[in-house]
Write a protein that binds this ligand. Sequence first.
Ligand SMILES: Nc1ncnc2c1ncn2[C@@H]1O[C@H](COP(=O)(O)OP(=O)(O)OP(=O)(O)O)[C@@H](O)[C@H]1O
Ligand SMILES: Nc1nc2c(c(=O)[nH]1)N[C@H]1C(S)=C(S)[C@@H](COP(=O)(O)O)O[C@H]1N2
Length: 195
Amino acid sequence: MADHDPVTIGIVSISDRASSGVYEDKGLPALKEWLGRALKNPLTFQERLIPDEKERISATLIELVDAGCSLVLTTGGTGPAPRDVTPEATLLAIADKEMPGFGEQMRQISLRFVPTAILSRQVAVIRGKSLVLNLPGQPKSIQETLEGLKEDGRQVVPGIFAAVPYCVDLIGGPYLETNDEVCKGFRPKSAIRVK
Ligand SMILES: Nc1ncnc2c1ncn2[C@@H]1O[C@H](COP(=O)(O)OP(=O)(O)OP(=O)(O)O)[C@@H](O)[C@H]1O
Ligand SMILES: Nc1nc2c(c(=O)[nH]1)N[C@H]1C(S)=C(S)[C@@H](COP(=O)(O)O)O[C@H]1N2
């Protein structure tokens, strides 16, 4: 059976300059492109491009969770600069639970690409039936963190997305199915849906 659960995904680009038109936003296109390649499910995106403002970020994340997004991905605003407040907006205002493994793994992956990876304070949280993940702002970091590092086709460091489908199962969301050549989602055998 080729049917896959439909899924609504919130994608949020957080950048003062992209949201005010100083430069073109590359975060939302990069997120859509990668998720479209990685998932077999029919996808609906809810897109937002907003400045680095804590209240605005929290309100946007809450709105997307309330709109039924099973997954919400942010990009940008995770660094140490005064206006980088995405982790605070994600944690303090909207989290039911923190999921520290995602941020830890992202920094491990990113260290294979840039030594400044440790400057990214990204977090992941559960709110209701939604998983909210912060990614760094550099557009190329989206693929790097979601997909991990491959060398000669071999997965050297797993991307964080490998753990997303099972996490979404556990919070009562749709059954996400990955294109394994992009990113192989991992589930324990007992959680694999029989076709
Ligand atoms: N949404 C985006 N679209 C295109 N490029 C971006 C975007 N966000 C970040 N970048 C690029 O990545 C770099 C580092 O991102 P960072 O989030 O630290 O930006 P920033 O210096 O805080 O500024 P801003 O919030 O105005 O994007 C930026 O200088 C820019 O070159
Ligand atoms: N994979 C990856 N992670 C990365 C980067 C990158 O280029 N690739 N840039 C780093 C840098 S320079 C910073 S300052 C932090 C925070 O970035 P942000 O404020 O754009 O979210 O992410 C880090 N993580």
